[in-house]
Design a binder for this molecule. Structure first.
Ligand SMILES: [Zn+2]
Ligand SMILES: [Zn+2]
Length: 367
């Protein structure tokens, strides 16, 4: 009897499933300025369209820092943060047909049911039962496990032969730079473009803008180290905005401004630069997440036939971007500067929060 009992115990230990695990570790928001890496409840399948994903790699986004600085009131204390990552399917609901236990997946930062009016227009960012909810309205990916609603439309199979950490760049930053910066900005062959802000999103715009062969790419930032990176990755011109009058310099070096000005910071000053450097017929594509209003110089702009765009990523270009990563047309792993274990996430936040001092671009956390 005694031996049998021990054997049973051993057996149950060897087939530990998440169903038996009731808690895990996650990075929880506690209100402005407060985060903690603590024990939280394991996610469970709540709808037949859900999947539970065991995180393999995740990262911290500028948006997470915005949440931490109180810029995003929709995020309630107690929410696990994070909306990017690669993982392995642990469990699926009965209606999930495209994925099964053991599949390796890229998690889109945008959840999409695939059936609502917005989804039918590929505006997944505004899905009636999704959009940006991960690490915002529901618990996110900076944890050991995450629940992904509408798994069929919100996950992507990982291709063979590409590192997981490379694929993490496809969750958010690459599609955001590409869709909201480059596509909305209508970058065309021969264009002169300016990207204001050389953080991960600005750099993603820099990498993906080159699909469309612009003639000149200005990269503008305060941080000389980031400008050096930008030069290596395809910028033809860099301007340190701390040392130069950006507007004056661009207007003197171009005929009458740039065809496309991409805003990748999210503060009034950078938007202001964009609206002053755009030439007649050009585009201002705002990517930045703004916390306050800007002064739109409509008195100067109305006569110039310009287009101003802004928006939330839809991630509808993930499949296309995946092909360019597989073919090595772009190498988004260039953006990764730091590696941490998931349980070192507090340290990772500190490093990412002091990006200029730490020379940090994208940090990878491994579960
Ligand atoms: Zn993000
Ligand atoms: Zn939808």
């Amino acid at each position: 009897m005694k031996i049998k009992a021990i054997n049973n115990k051993n057996m149950s230990n060897s087939i530990i499933s998440t169903k038996n695990k009731s808690t895990m570790k996650g990075l929880v928001y506690g209100g402005p300025g407060k985060i903690k890496y603590i024990e939280v409840n394991m996610p469970k399948i709540t709808k037949s369209t859900d999947a539970i994903v065991k995180m393999v790699k995740t990262t911290i986004c500028g948006t997470d820092l915005g949440i931490l600085h109180g810029k995003t009131p929709s995020v309630k204390p107690g929410t696990t943060l994070g909306h990017e990552g690669v993982g392995v399917i642990e469990e699926v609901g009965s209606a999930v047909t495209k994925f099964k236990k053991g599949d390796r997946v890229i998690i889109s930062c945008i959840t999409a049911d695939g059936t609502c009016e917005y989804c039918k227009k590929q505006m997944y960012g505004h899905c009636k039962d999704g959009g940006w909810i991960l690490g915002n309205l529901i618990n996110g990916t900076q944890a050991e496990y995450v629940r992904i609603p509408h798994a069929n439309n919100s996950l992507y199979h990982t291709p063979e032969g590409i590192e997981d950490e490379t694929l993490v760049m496809l969750s958010d930053i690459l599609p955001t730079g590409h869709e909201i910066g480059v596509i909305n900005g209508c970058v065309k062959p021969g264009d002169t473009i300016a990207i204001v802000g050389a953080g991960p999103i600005g750099m993603s715009a820099l990498l993906t803008a080159q699909f469309y062969s612009p003639a000149k790419i200005y990269m503008i930032d305060l941080d000389e180290n980031r400008l050096d990176f930008a030069k290596k990755w395809g910028a033809t011109h860099t301007i340190n905005s701390g040392e130069n009058d950006v507007v004056k310099k661009i207007l003197s070096e171009t005929m009458d401004g740039v065809d496309v000005a991409i805003e990748a910071v999210g503060i009034p000053e950078t938007f202001n630069v964009c609206q002053q450097i755009v030439r007649p017929g050009g585009h201002v594509a705002n990517i930045g997440v703004h916390g306050k209003s800007v002064d739109l110089k409509i008195q100067d702009l109305w006569i110039k036939n310009i287009t101003i765009t802004m928006g939330l990523v839809n991630t509808n270009t993930i499949p296309m971007l995946l092909k360019t990563v597989v073919s090595k047309k772009i190498q988004p792993e260039k953006l990764i500067t730091h590696h941490f274990k998931l349980n070192e996430i507090m340290k990772a936040y500190e490093v990412f929060g002091n990006a200029a001092k730490e020379k940090a671009m994208k940090v990878i956390l491994t579960n």
